[in-house]
Design a protein around this ligand. Sequence first.
Ligand SMILES: Cc1ncc(COP(=O)(O)O)c(C=O)c1O
Length: 396
Amino acid sequence: MPEAQVYLDNQSTTRVDPRVAEAMWPYFTEQYGNAGSTSHAYGAEAREAVAAARASLAAAIGAAPAEIVFTSGATESNNLALRGVAERPRRRGNHIVSVVTEHKAILDPLQRLERRGFEITLLPVAPASSSDVGLIDLDQLAAALRDKTCLVSVMLANNEIGVLQPLREIAEVCRARGVWLHTDATQAVGKLPVNVAELGIDLMSFSAHKMYGPKGIGALYVRRSSPPVRLEPQIDGGGQESGFRSGTLNVPGIVGFATALDLCLAEMAAETTRLRSLRDQLYAGLLKAVPDMLLNGPALDQPHLRLANNLNCTFPHVNGEALLLNMKTIAVSSGSACTSASPEPSHVLLGLGRSLDEARASLRFGLGRFNSPQDIDIAIAAVAQAVHHLRSLTSR
Ligand SMILES: Cc1ncc(COP(=O)(O)O)c(C=O)c1O
């Protein structure tokens, strides 16, 4: 066990809710059949569990069960969406539009496609000084679309600054030009109502471990009607998931995924209010202790523009990594934890126009289901102490 810490890194991953673990357990120990086995009851039981979970997940996002493709997580879902469209022999063309502040699980596959001859346009976002901070401009999106654009990919909720893009309006722009729209909704599903039909989305990635479910299971929503979205499979084999993604299904993971999303939906309204109040407590406490602190992302009184559980702040004149080393009691992240293998400053904060030093002096707090007001008090004290300590060293 790591030293006792207050966990405030829920944008990176979440603890599995004990109710989710309980629902998964029988599928490890008793109903452990392969959902593809047709010759015995073990297989049938597993198949039934998968069908029920698929139906429940589909209903939760306004999709049909056949439109859910299980994957190993949002990284794989994003890769399947981008490469799956790009590699279709009869796609519209070789141009893809996305955004500078996307997760690396979008930007890296796009870079690879670019090396293979695709043309990639990355839209900028409004700077930190703007009231539209982090948002794309719909006119710029419309102007970027070409006759040979085969896909637009815009994330719903940003994993670092929590900004919510106007997906419905984005979908209208894409639809008017007959271009498919993919969204990486990994940080949004389970946190806010997401309905693919209402939003007008063609493809959507999401993942269980951001919503108190297990790691290693995710899904890609693929629209199958009027007209169906066609994808080139990226993993061939047994033909599972209608041939979109071969491989033995992760039955306990799938059951846990559906249970996790069910719980999020049931508790969403109350939990959003609770997390917003914890976040406001955190912001107020930090600002009192460090008055020159900067907020990264939309204003806190704009709930329609941001996730309730995210707070990203810059503490000028300190180094984020040094801050982390000086805060033994809290687990937070400097930049995106998902890309922590690379120490460079956050491309999202740079995309907002923050300087290299400001980006390096930033922390991301991701609040979650298991946090209490006491946790927030501990975090405020830890950050205040570390910032003052580091500043005292440099001012000597
Ligand atoms: C926005 C976003 N997309 C994709 C991912 C990758 O998801 P996964 O860990 O399920 O592959 C993450 C987090 O890791 C994320 O925050």
